[in-house]
Design a binder for this molecule. Sequence first.
Ligand code: SF4
Length: 109
Amino acid sequence: MPLALTPGVALDSRPAPGVRVPNEYGGKGIVSAKEIQWRQLGACRGLDPTIFYPDDDDEALDAKEVCAQCGVRVACLEYALTIREKAGVWGGATERERRRMIRQRRRTA
Ligand code: SF4
């Protein structure tokens, strides 16, 4: 699991959900102030990040329960869809579910 893309990890210690940080974390880019705002409010903050990286969709229920109560779920999901995040549960959606959403959006665009 890439540390730079770890839901549940606080920004003040390690990157928060989806935080893209420079080389020292092996990330892909820089965190913008706008992105930090919603990530700081994530319900996953401080939780064990491993629950957001289940081996398959059937094991994603714990993460989905957390996301369902998260006030920044939509921003998180849109972020993951925008960057085509491939790993983990974001905005309550697994990678497979996000791929499905992207296909549906393409069809309706
Ligand atoms: S939607 Fe889920 S993964 Fe995204 S910030 Fe909220 S709790 Fe974390």
